[in-house]
Design a protein around this ligand. Structure first.
Ligand code: HDE
Length: 750
């Protein structure tokens, strides 16, 4: 067709879209000539948001809500508008010189939409890029009030919190279950100012001085030439660094233990790592270490599970946290303190409290609970909250102060500095998730992304123009306390205290505190990671470090690597094991644990329904696994033999021995050249086999007992063949209290 006809047609079609004073004819409405669509074709009330989905308030630095209506911050209301609030007629077609013509520069809506999109990403965190968060509440027991004046520790006080969990090394889109340290950062919105407890799930750190942080991170991140491996420490540069900077050996053995692959964020301990100083109402001080103790106990994946999950469900930990909160199985931790006298040496039981590569065993200083954290609300918008949240160690309320730990001192600088690039300017505390809940009355002004409209003319003090405001507070007005700690008269020097030279004794303490099965995992982890290195000299150097930790550990890893065992260390530290470091040997509540129930066409669905209800009633999360999606009778199927992998479940219940799908049999028989029938669907057999290999409790009844027999695991530890569903469930729930059936592999786990 000739261009001129096209232009004419377009003009006519545009004309038919306009009636009266430009009112659009809504497709599907009477007289519009277009067929009705299923989705709404004219404005109607949107579904009401859930109560927790309200748009967070945006505060000015004085704590007042800005004049900006909440609707400006969310997708609300019936009509699409520009960023300036003008209603839009069409957001699907750019303004062109005719339907086949070029886009016109004057299309301001097109330019606004594309420009905003082009700038949607902010730089990911340089470390801890991959993470997820949740809101919750911290309730104080009052037990900490005698040693700390911070109001949020006073008995019964409830403080809103936001927690972000993370891995360290991977990029924002990397898998959740890699072997790595996990971040555990908590923002307490106290009414005396925000308190950020920016911790990890490992109580020590790789380095003793913050100046080495870029070095350890450069070594842990992917190689700079080809940018591999992603989110892994199993590569040459990491092991090169930790074998040369032997202060890293303690943190590294924790990474190689099961702590490096947590089962869930809900089953992780958290540690403030550094020693902090608390001050009470009388001005007395103590030194403390912060601990988070999970209600569900500390549990991990097996290494094979972690690897499978990286492919099957890379968002495993993120999903687990969300699902648990949505299911009402709110994750819980107790905040505990190890309390030490504030002596001039800053040591306890001979341990240097300023050295962040050292713990104080709990047997020497008990962890005393001071409050409870419950996570009960998922974020409304990931970017606005989880991505933009900015933690900072200097966010301290009156009553909590820092120490001279050289790692902590360096972090006090880094966390604000990094936000200047990541959140593009100095006003990031005005972002709703970062905004304090305490009234703010600072004299910080202007800068990129300034949202406050500050009144007054005198942002300086003293002044006589703004009534002299603001005034400085004293003790009576609860001013922040910088504890006047004496600083030793000493030469300005780049050096560590002598006590920082002990790099191996606590790595040995950790090893000696592990049970047999945990030791086995540690050996396997070192063997795997070092086995991935290319440089023999690096492996040999790390073996020499292991010789300083323990000869058995060293020898077993050397054998696995096929390298000579280095000469034993001339002297090994004489350590007393700390049972509190082991994850095994106690029992924990099974709440929120995920139980898969296999039900095929032959299952007694009444019994399956009863077991499912019993599991829900006991606070567990049952998922019915069926041969196909949809329904099995009245029972909804949540996973199918195709979508379920054993790694999703903490335990398996089998109500049936479903035969294979006809197509699958035909395919297999064709391949194997046999017509012998397979008794059980191979996908179910794989489920059973993996669950058994990962030491998970397995319960069976009815046809399920046939399934476990056919899988060759009947009568092995932790596999219960019961007379009915109720008995099978009860037995499995009891086994879950120990997390896994470790006795399946070892007669003794001690
Ligand atoms: Fe961090 N760390 N870190 N770190 N860190 C960051 O801050 C840094 C250290 C930790 O979920 C960064 O906002 C230095 C120890 C967590 O948003 C950055 C040193 C511990 C998170 C930074 C350390 C941590 C971070 C990157 C050595 C455990 C994630 C983005 C002195 C006690 C917080 C950001 C979140 C994040 C610096 C060591 C925990 C670059 C210089 C020790 C949980 O500022």
């Amino acid at each position: 067709r000739k261009p001129v006809e096209v232009v004419k047609e377009a003009a006519e079609s545009a004309a038919t879209k306009l009636t009266g004073a430009g009112t659009p004819v809504v497709p599907g409405s009477p007289g519009s000539g277009t067929p009705a669509l299923e989705e709404p074709t004219e404005p109607r009330e949107p579904l009401p948001p859930r109560p927790e989905q309200g748009t967070p308030e945006t505060r000015t630095p004085t704590g007042a809500v800005t004049g900006c209506p909440a609707s400006a911050f969310g997708q609300q209301g019936a009509f699409l508008t520009t960023a300036n609030g003008a209603r839009l007629r069409d957001s699907d077609h750019s303004l062109k010189a005719g339907p086949r013509g070029p886009i016109l520069l004057q299309d301001h809506h097109f330019r606004e939409k594309i420009t905003h999109f082009d700038h949607e990403r902010i730089p990911e965190r340089v470390v801890h890029a991959r993470g997820t968060g949740a809101h919750g509440v911290f309730t104080a027991y009052g037990t900490g009030a005698a040693i700390c004046r911070a109001g949020f520790l006073k008995k019964g006080r409830e403080t809103p919190v936001f927690v972000r969990f993370s891995t360290v090394l991977g990029s924002r889109g990397s898998a959740d279950t890699v072997r790595d340290t996990r971040g555990f950062a908590t923002k307490f919105y106290t009414d005396e100012g925000t308190f950020d407890l920016v911790g990890n799930n490992i109580p020590v750190f790789f380095i003793q001085d913050a100046i080495k942080f870029p070095d350890i991170i450069h070594a842990g991140k992917p190689h700079p030439d080809r940018e591999i491996p992603q989110a892994q420490s199993a590569h040459d540069t990491f092991w090169d660094f930790v074998s040369l900077h032997t202060e890293a050996q303690h943190h590294t053995i924790w990474n190689m233990s099961d702590r490096g692959i947590p089962r869930s964020y809900r089953t992780m301990e958290g540690f403030g790592v550094h020693t902090f100083r608390l001050v009470n109402d009388a001005g007395e001080t103590v030194l403390v270490k912060f601990h988070w103790k999970p209600k569900l106990g500390v549990h991990s994946l097996t290494w094979e599970e972690a690897q499978l999950i990286s492919g099957v469900d890379p968002d495993f930990h993120r999903r687990d946290l969300y699902d648990a909160i949505e299911a009402g199985a709110f994750p819980e931790w107790e905040l505990g303190l190890q309390v030490f006298p504030d002596n001039p040496e800053e040591t306890f039981a001979g341990i240097d409290l300023l050295d962040p590569t050292k713990i104080v065993p709990e047997e020497l200083a008990e962890v005393q609970p001071v409050g409870r954290l419950v996570l009960n609300r998922t974020p409304t918008n990931f970017f606005a909250e989880t991505e933009q949240v900015a933690f900072h160690l200097g966010n301290l309320p009156p009553g909590i102060d820092v120490t001279n730990d050289p790692l902590l001192q360096g972090r006090l600088f880094s966390y604000v500095d990094t936000q200047l690039t990541r959140l593009a300017g100095p006003n990031f505390t005005q972002i709703p998730i970062n905004a304090p809940h305490a009234p703010v009355n600072d004299m910080l002004r202007d800068g990129f992304h300034q949202h406050a409209v500050h009144a007054g003319v005198a942002p300086y003090r003293p002044n006589s123009l703004d009534g002299g405001n603001p005034f400085e507070a004293g003790d009576a007005e609860n001013a922040f306390v910088d504890v006047p700690v004496r600083v030793a008269e000493a030469p300005k020097i780049r050096a560590n205290p002598a006590s920082f030279d002990d790099h191996f004794s606590q790595a040995r303490l950790f090893w000696q505190s592990m049970s047999a099965v945990e030791k086995e995992h540690i050996v396997a982890a070192y063997t795997f990671e070092l086995g991935k290195c290319y440089e023999q000299v690096i492996k040999e150097r790390q073996l020499r470090c292991l010789a300083q930790i323990d000869p058995v550990l060293c020898e077993q890893v050397a054998v696995g690597l096929g390298l000579p065992v280095p000469a034993p260390a001339s002297e090994l530290a004489d350590v007393t094991a700390s049972p509190a470091l082991s994850q095994l040997g106690a029992e924990w509540p099974a709440d929120g644990r995920i139980v898969g129930i296999v039900a095929g066409p032959g299952a007694d669905l009444v019994a399956v329904t009863a077991v499912r209800e019993a599991a829900l009633g006991a606070g567990l999360m049952p998922l019915v696994i069926g041969p196909h999606g949809g329904q099995l009778g009245d029972l909804a199927v949540q996973r199918t033999f195709d979508t379920a992998r054993s790694v999703e479940f903490d335990a398996l219940l089998l109500a049936d021995a479903p035969g294979p799908a006809p197509g699958a049999v035909a395919a297999r028989d064709a391949k194997a050249g046999t017509t012998a029938p397979t008794a059980i669907d191979p996908r179910v057999l794989r489920l059973i086999d993996e669950a058994w290999r990962h030491a998970k409790p397995i319960g069976a009844w009815d046809g399920g007992t046939t399934a476990v027999r056919q899988a060759g695991i009947a009568d092995t530890p932790g596999v219960v063949s019961a007379g009915g569903g109720a008995d099978a469930f009860t037995a499995v729930r009891e086994l879950l209290a120990g997390h896994r059936v470790w006795h399946r592999f070892l007669t003794s786990i001690a």
